[in-house]
Design a protein around this ligand. Structure first.
Ligand code: ADP
Ligand code: ZN
Length: 744
């Protein structure tokens, strides 16, 4: 940019100038003079800078020998200090952040902030994790009083009692929505006590480092490995899609590629979904690659800092982790693996709203690394890219290694099933029969239901209305363990309604959540030793591992739960998988609803029949003729992808164009409507009638109000060139308060 400050060299201090990216939505860099005490300064270091009246932490993205031309010399301030004598971020990570900012609509500083672990975003990293635990419960009488006068304290006690051990404070806040003050009061009364956990009870530390001998690869595996090794030899960037059914030996292929990569003295990153980041997974990588860095959300700041430094210095060469491990400062990166690349948890749902799959490919490109995306049900983006000139190279594993077959899937039409007398329909006849048989044979079962609580809604028999949260536009869920109606958005609790708030008519609890399902199964199957796994039973990090261990050794024989039971689990004794309601995924007004439903069924089905005992899957649905279900029943990914892609193409949805959702929120309806329509106007003006730019809305989103704030949204569908045309408007919008720009 040129400005009119011709004489600006006068008065500007001698020396060098740093361009600094700060964690604010403003899409620009800020210039500072570099005092001698901060030299030699290089891009990639963190610096402390004056920002307004405060001090901010930023990352140096460039150092110039001359003062900036767009700031008057007397306005230029100096850096306060440097935190890293050696740059923390490599030039390619700086560039990666820049490209994330440009493709996900945020500032360079915001993208950089997301890359750095929290420990490195703060001046003084926390060494410990604050926890709180129950000392004793008040007497029943006192509890009742507390419930009346101080419901928040009663709520905190209930959750801590349920947790059965120390809970992280952060986790208490997330689960209950409570601030610290009710806990403080409870501590004063002696009911709870605070503590600090020095380090995470690392579930990975006691996993023995057993070196194992690789098995003899099957021919298809060998073929895949050969292709990857060839690519590694060239040291050039290339993207692969490893398409292999569950249990086909994909991990074994990754392991061979990793060994070669280490043999070249290069580093690697393995991304797995957070939920699959278990000791079993990690131990497989350790056994073959030696010590690996594990980046997961349970680390303290200090531990994360140490890992980061160890990676940066090349002491740890292989990083295994969830989404954010993608930004680990691995030097000489040779290989990036994204396992289960179709997983929606790879998309970050806060700024920067990137998808790990895209960033993995971009990083591989910037660093001349090989990128492998693996899945049994690839995302349609990757599948399309694998059939495109210059896109992904497809590698395929068609069969399970052990020759085991995929389990048969029976789809049950719930519209013709009769519930038990006076009961809600939870288990169909065929599912009951299958579960009974499995339990008689001493086998194990997994039951999946993506709905927490006892019942997801109340309906009024008179007016047909339902009972909604006052602050949010959603139905309240009944949670029986709390005997409360709870809003899943704002965590507000209230007494279960006795009558309809609109017409005072009688209300019924409708629908089935995991609590109700647990009840039904235990009542109908005395042989069931059931463990329920959902956010209400898994209040502590450790709980998840504990239950899985107990299921693995047979203390439980039925595992019932939400998403948590659907993925990655590998228990050979499981012969039956039941999907209690396949339709929950289909009810979302989202162009990926079908894809999600198909993936989910394929994934849960993959949990059954992992041994020679075979397996069976029963899927309950009220929409048996839905194409996603029919394809899943036939294990027909290819057919599903073909039909679904044809539909996406027809409507111009990704991967055939870009889809972007703009969300607006404000306290007042008029305000949000104003902002949203101004945005729509600006977009329409930029689109200038181009037929390939479709702007839908502003309209009310499915949930119009959350925490008392009113929301609107605009959906944009456009070709790539159309996107360029409206880019500047999007960049402008993403810097404003109350607006989010989300590439879908
Ligand atoms: P995927 O990642 O595709 O689900 P895995 O790599 O986990 O599959 O393999 C499934 C099972 O088969 C694992 O227990 C693994 O140890 C075993 N396995 C993989 N490849 C071979 C092979 N070539 N010979 C024998 N067993 C293998
Ligand atoms: Zn609410």
């Amino acid at each position: 940019m040129t400005c009119g400050h011709q004489g600006s060299l006068f008065g500007a201090p001698e020396g060098r100038y740093a361009r600094v990216a700060l964690d604010t939505p403003v899409r620009r860099e800020f210039s500072y003079h570099v005092p001698d005490s901060c030299e030699p300064l290089v891009a990639g270091s963190r610096v402390r800078v004056p920002f307004g009246r405060r001090e901010g932490l930023g990352v140096v993205v460039g150092v110039d020998e001359h003062p900036p031309s767009d700031v008057p010399p007397d306005r230029i301030r100096s850096l306060n200090g440097v935190l890293d004598p050696d740059p923390l971020l490599t030039p390619s990570l700086l560039r990666l952040a820049h490209s994330i900012a440009d493709t996900t609509y945020c500032s360079w500083g915001q993208a950089l902030a997301a890359m750095l672990p929290a420990a490195l975003r703060r001046d003084r990293p926390r060494r410990t994790i604050p926890v709180v635990e129950l000392v004793e419960m008040p007497s029943a009488e006192d509890l009742e009083k507390l419930e009346k006068s101080y419901p928040k304290q009663a709520k905190a006690l209930a959750y801590l009692e349920r947790a059965g051990g120390p809970m992280e404070l952060r986790e208490v806040r997330n689960r209950t929505g409570l601030s610290r003050s009710p806990l403080d009061t409870l501590a004063k009364k002696g009911f709870v006590k605070f503590g600090r956990r020095k380090e995470f009870l690392d579930p990975f530390s006691d996993v023995p480092l057993l070196r194992d001998k690789p098995p003899q690869l099957t021919d298809p595996q060998q073929h895949c490995v050969d292709r990857l090794l060839e690519s590694l030899e060239t040291r050039k960037h290339r993207d692969y899609l490893l398409f292999g059914i569950t249990g086909s030996g994909k991990t074994e292929v990754y392991l061979h590629a990793l060994e070669r990569c280490l043999g070249q003295d290069r580093g690697a990153i393995v991304l797995v979904p957070e939920i699959a980041l278990t000791p079993q997974t990690v131990s497989r990588f350790r056994a073959r690659c030696g010590e690996v860095a594990v980046l997961h959300s349970g680390l303290t700041d200090a531990e994360r800092h140490d890992q980061w430094v160890a990676i940066r210095e090349g002491r740890l060469r292989v990083v295994v982790g969830a989404r954010s491990a993608l930004f680990a400062p691995v030097a000489d990166l040779g290989l990036i693996i994204v396992d289960e690349e179709h997983e929606s948890s790879f998309k970050q749902e806060s700024t920067p709203r990137y998808h790990a799959r895209d960033v993995a490919r971009e990083r591989a490109r910037l660093e001349d690394a090989v990128c492998v995306l693996g899945s049994a049900t690839p995302s349609l983006e990757s599948w399309a890219a694998a059939h495109e000139e210059g896109g992904l190279v497809k590698l395929e594993l068609r069969d399970r290694v052990a020759g085991g077959k995929l389990p048969g899937i029976q789809v049950v039409d719930m519209r013709v099933q009769q519930p038990e007398k006076g009961k809600w329909l939870v288990m169909s006849q065929p599912l009951c029969a299958a579960l009974g048989k499995a339990l008689d044979n001493d086998e194990r079962a997994i039951l999946f239901l993506n709905q927490r609580g006892y019942a997801p809604a109340w309906h009024c028999r008179a007016c047909g209305g339902s009972v909604h949260c006052k602050a949010c536009d959603v139905a309240l869920t009944y949670h029986r363990w709390r005997r409360k109606a709870i809003c899943h958005y704002c965590l507000h609790e209230e007494e279960p309604p006795q009558i309809c708030p609109n017409c005072k008519g009688p209300v019924d609890m409708v629908g089935v959540g995991t609590e109700r399902a647990e009840d039904t199964v235990e009542r109908m199957f005395p042989k069931a030793r059931l463990a329920r796994m959902d956010r209400d039973t898994m209040l502590r990090r450790e709980s998840y591992e504990e239950v899985l261990k107990a299921f693995g050794c047979g203390d439980f024989n039925v595992l019932l739960g939400t998403q948590m039971v659907a993925k990655g689990l590998d228990f050979p004794e499981v012969t039956l998988v039941g999907v209690l309601n396949a339709d929950t995924a289909l009810h979302h007004p989202d162009f990926r609803a079908s894809e999600r439903c198909f993936n989910l069924i394929a994934q849960v089905a993959g949990r059954a029949g992992r041994s020679d005992r075979g397996g069976k899957v029963v899927v309950q649905t009220w929409m048996p003729e839905h194409p996603a279900l029919m394809a899943a029943k036939n294990h027909d990914y290819v057919g599903f992808a073909r039909a679904e892609l044809a539909e996406r193409k027809l409507f111009g949805f990704p991967p055939f164009g870009a889809a972007i959702r703009l969300s607006f929120e404000a306290e007042h309806r008029s305000r949000v409507e104003e902002t949203a329509s101004a945005a729509a106007q600006a977009l329409l003006a930029a689109a200038n009638g181009a037929p390939d730019i479709k702007i839908l809305g502003p309209a009310a989103p499915p949930v119009e109000k959350i925490r008392g704030r009113i929301r609107r949204q605009i959906l944009i569908r456009t070709s790539r060139s159309g996107l360029t045309q409206i880019r500047e408007v999007l960049f402008d919008l993403c810097q404003k308060q109350g607006i989010t720009v989300d590439p879908l």
